[in-house]
Design a protein around this ligand. Structure first.
Ligand code: ZN
Length: 54
C-alpha cells in the first residue's frame, strides 16, 4: 500500500499534511482541525452508529 502524506480536508478542502499525532489514525482523519470536524457537512446525525447486540 502506498502511504499518503497529505489529504484534503472534507470541510474546508485545504490540503493537510501528515502530523505525528495522526500517526495512528491517519486513515480516519478527514478534517484538518476540530473546528472542521464540527463543521462537517452532515446535518443528519450519521455518526451515532447503533451497534446491534454485543
Ligand atoms: Zn478543514
Amino acid at each position: 500500500m502506498k502511504r499518503q502524506d497529505s489529504k484534503i480536508c472534507a470541510v474546508c478542502n485545504r490540503p493537510m499534511t501528515w502530523r505525528r499525532k495522526w500517526a495512528k489514525s491517519w486513515d480516519e482523519v478527514k478534517y484538518c482541525s476540530e473546528a472542521c470536524r464540527r463543521n462537517k457537512k452532515s446535518p443528519e446525525k450519521a455518526l451515532g452508529n447503533k451497534s446491534d447486540g454485543n
